[in-house]
Design a protein around this ligand. Structure first.
Ligand code: PLP
Length: 435
């Protein structure tokens, strides 16, 4: 494509983008297509000759758009938030244009140094201890995997990488992993990949407030130690996915400290709210944490992908992940941060740029006031639903999340689940809102 054409198309598409954001509320929130509808409109064979952009774009509008679920719609209440914002989108356009591969400091010094700075801005905004260093991962799942791998290596005196876990396990002991039953499934996915084995996974019961039951956690750790296992890592949650469960960081942290166990905190969704001083009491036990992840790509107006991972001991992280073959050596050596040593993939996008755009454009005060509005609006809905006699609250409001069901008087308990499934499907099929 000639650059004159690129310029013209880009201008047109930016207009389309602004129009889309202006009228996103007019689309059915959840895509209304049926399985196979989109595929049946896409040619089975690739085009042999190039096609004009006008035709490609017209198909984008007529074929692709009906198959899009509109996560940026103000009527999207499903799963979790995945906010973007105009400044973040602008930064993504520049990132795509630069097409920089930011694996080493030298392959884009600005990316590496900005990542260092913007993650530290967020650390300060959350009032996390100075010793935490930040790195941007592609997802919370990857960040939790990195925590599991680092904890595994620290617990084996960095032997896991060298000897392999099967060899280490010959003595019969195993490395054990703990989280509450309310924790996100990424913990289980991570421990499978990191070689802990599902048999060594301990899902600790939650108490009546949905927090990890502390006496049960400690009892399980003690029992595992007696059986010759090595308790290795506890993953605590701030804002679990189902009901927004929050674990007592200080309580969990004291147990981890007593038993020399890594403490990782998954705050993927609710972590963004930790920039609000009035919610920072959830981080009171932060000094006990070894690592912490939250996703600006969920609730801090930043496009997917952007997961900020804080770690207290980056040396342990590098000892676990760093690999510097001849072709990745650069003269700066260890005087700079090559973030490829801090994450699983080698290749890295310039993710810090969108955070820099977002934070500068709104300022921390602006971001705080947006989040406070979200919290207030959730409170309003919560009050309305609680006061409606046909609805029953199942879990209390945490941040912006609560769960409820339709439970009109006189309907048999056995029929309520089917009735609620029908309600959800009917609402989502209508397309006005997505729950
Ligand atoms: N942890 C929690 C608490 C989540 O809510 C989610 C996603 O909803 C994840 C982890 C996984 O996040 P990601 O998609 O960034 O891997």
């Amino acid at each position: 494509m000639k650059l004159t054409e690129f310029r013209a198309h880009a201008h047109r598409m930016v207009d389309w983008m602004a129009d889309y954001l202006e009228k996103v509320e007019e689309y059915p929130v959840r895509s209304q297509v049926s399985p196979g509808d989109i595929k049946s409109q896409l040619p089975k064979q690739p085009p042999q000759k190039g096609e004009p952009m006008d035709r490609i774009f017209s198909d984008f509008e007529s074929v692709v758009m009906p198959g899009i679920t509109h996560w940026q719609s103000p009527n999207f209440f499903a799963y979790f938030t995945a906010n973007s914002s105009p400044p973040s989108i602008l930064a993504e356009m520049l990132t795509a244009t630069l097409g920089a591969q930011c694996m080493l400091w030298q392959t884009s010094p600005a990316a590496s140094e900005m990542e260092d700075v913007v993650t530290d801005w967020l650390r300060q905004a959350m009032n996390l201890p100075d010793e935490f260093k930040g790195v941007i991962q592609d997802s919370a799942t990857s960040a939790t995997l990195v925590a599991l791998l680092t904890a595994r290596e620290k617990a084996t005196n960095y032997q896991g990488n060298d000897k392999g876990l099967f060899k280490l396990g010959q003595s019969g002991d195993s490395l054990t992993v703990y989280c509450s039953e309310e924790a996100h499934s990424s913990v289980e996915k991570g421990l499978k990949i990191a070689g802990f084995g599902k048999e060594n996974f301990r899902k600790i019961q939650a108490d009546s407030g949905f927090a990890m039951d502390l006496p049960k956690l400690e009892a399980q750790i003690v029992e595992d130690k007696k059986a010759g296992h090595k308790p290795t890592i506890v993953v605590a949650s701030i804002g679990g996915t189902s009901v927004g469960a929050v674990d007592d960081l200080t309580g969990v942290g004291e147990i981890c400290q007593r038993h020399n166990v890594w403490l990782h905190v998954d705050a993927a969704w609710a972590g963004s709210a930790m920039i609000l001083p009035e919610l920072q009491h959830h981080l009171k036990g932060a000094r006990y944490m070894d690592s912490f992840v939250f996703n600006p790509h969920k609730w801090l107006l930043t496009n997917f992908d952007c997961s900020v991972y804080f770690i207290k001991d980056p040396v342990a992280l590098e000892k676990t992940l760093a690999l510097i073959p001849e072709y990745l050596k650069s003269p700066e050596g260890r005087t700079v941060t090559d973030y490829q040593n801090w994450s699983v993939p080698l290749g890295r996008r310039f993710r810090a740029l969108k955070l820099w755009f977002v934070i500068r454009s709104y300022g921390m005060e602006g971001l705080r006031s947006i989040l406070r509005n979200h919290l207030l609006w959730a409170e309003e809905v919560y009050t309305q639903v609680s006061q409606d006699p046909d609805f029953e609250i199942l879990s209390p409001l945490r941040f912006t999340l609560f769960s409820f069901r339709f439970a009109p008087e006189g309907v048999d308990e056995a029929k309520l689940t089917a009735l609620n499934e029908q309600l959800v499907n009917t609402v989502n099929d209508r397309g006005h809102i997505y729950i």
